[in-house]
Design a protein around this ligand. Structure first.
Ligand code: T4K
Length: 371
């Protein structure tokens, strides 16, 4: 059998480049606690992401969990179930109640026409997800949030480097939470960041990530530990040098997928969004069994039999997780439910060969031709 292909593969700099980057850590012995690499990466990301203010944290989940805590929210939060566990868990772990809004069938982001009907006197915030790197309807979300006095925290885990209407995606809403996990377009091994506008929020967030410590003898508030270490920051500094080239390679791969699968009955992709500079984070495909002739699960199994690891991001919906058994009604988000049963995320990473894309598409098209 040909070599195995997984859904993604971490981007890494040349070994020598990373060694060079971490050399001075051996001189300084400074490994963590807002070291020089942490601070330099923070400054570089502020520019690259084109945001007002930013703070680095240990991972994308802590970005969400601590952002919610820093805003001191209480009550209900409108969010979507078509996401990774992290989004919903961050809400629940803060003692808040998620209220699930359906997604729109075109780009899988929150269906803004359904938000207002979910608002009650307990609603305090909206947490939409720029899922797969698709930009939410940020204008409409802002209008609704202003009208009802709600905070907006974007789960921007998938949107590193995305720009919308000439602005960094992290400049929209009150707060945006990025993930720099190994599987993301940009990684610091594990890592994340929060972009924001308000200084008081930034102060509260920093306190949460560093035990509330403000000086050797000053502990202002109760916090936890979510500091990015120097080795992660060094990985980020290296990866950031190559990020534009990585995204360009991803674009070539996505265009190749599209050219092979475009127009095939029963296959739907994410749209090319207007006014958006994308990052090609994921390549989700929705299989309509009736028109395509094979189900998502059959395609996934066939790919697996050929050494190709596609993934069901995002199935099951978070509102149907075992840990929430009986708490939420999945039928209140029918579009998300429909998509979660049909979507398959195909392999995508900068070094994926176009010949491998052909191999993947050949297997998919074989499933169709057999019916
Ligand atoms: N919000 C959203 C919308 C998210 O998608 C995520 C994370 C978060 C918040 C939270 O951010 P973090 O706290 O994670 O920073 C993966 C990732 O672990 C997770 O970061 C990501 N979303 C989620 C969508 O995918 P798994 O369980 O699918 O990962 P895993 O270990 O199966 O890896 C997938 C593939 O990646 C492997 O088949 C091979 C490749 N890989 C994996 C690792 C760990 C590598 O090439 N290198 C690696 O080091 O969750």
């Amino acid at each position: 059998m040909s070599h195995r292909i997984l859904v993604t593969r971490s981007s890494m700099p040349a070994y020598e480049e990373y060694c060079e980057e971490i050399k001075d850590i051996w001189e300084s012995h400074w490994l963590t606690n807002m070291g020089s690499k942490h601070n330099l990466l923070q400054q570089k990301l502020l520019q690259y992401l084109d945001v007002d203010k930013i703070d680095l944290v240990t991972n994308g989940h802590m970005a969400l969990e601590l952002s919610i805590q820093a805003l001191n929210l209480q009550g209900e939060v409108i969010t979507t179930p078509f996401t990774f566990a992290s989004t919903t868990h961050a809400i629940v772990r803060n003692g808040l109640t998620p209220v699930f809004c359906d997604v729109n069938p075109m780009d899988f982001t929150m269906d803004v026409t359904k938000i207002e009907a979910l608002i009650t006197d307990k609603t305090c915030a909206i947490i939409p997800v720029h899922v797969y790197g698709n930009v939410c309807n940020v204008e409409e979300i802002e209008r609704i949030a202003r009208k009802y006095g709600l905070k907006v925290i974007y789960d921007a885990a998938h949107t590193f480097g995305v720009r919308y209407k000439g602005r960094g995606i992290g400049s929209y809403g009150d707060v945006s939470c990025f993930s720099f996990h190994a599987t993301k377009v940009f990684n610091t091994i594990e890592g994340g960041a929060v972009s924001f506008h308000d200084d008081a929020f930034g102060h509260a967030l920093y306190n949460l990530k560093n035990f509330g410590i403000r000086g050797p003898e000053i502990v202002e508030s109760v916090g936890t530990n979510a500091k990015m270490n120097e080795f992660s920051a060094a990985m980020g500094l290296c990866n950031l040098r190559h990020i534009d080239a990585e995204i360009a390679k991803r674009e070539g791969i996505v265009l190749h997928y599209r050219s092979r699968l475009e127009g095939v009955a029963g296959i739907q992709f994410s749209p090319i969004q207007r006014d958006t500079q994308p990052n090609y984070a994921y390549f989700p495909v929705v299989f309509d069994e009736k028109r395509f002739g094979a189900s998502r699960n059959e395609v996934m199994d066939r790919l697996a039999a050929n050494g190709i690891g596609a993934r069901k991001y995002f199935y099951p919906l978070t509102n149907s997780f075992d840990c929430f058994h009986g708490t939420y009604d999945v039928y209140q988000t029918p579009v998300a439910l429909y998509l979660s049963k049909r979507v398959l995320t195909l392999p995508l990473y900068a070094d994926l060969e176009l010949a491998d894309v052909d191999r993947i598409c050949d297997v998919i098209l074989q499933c169709k031709n057999e019916t």
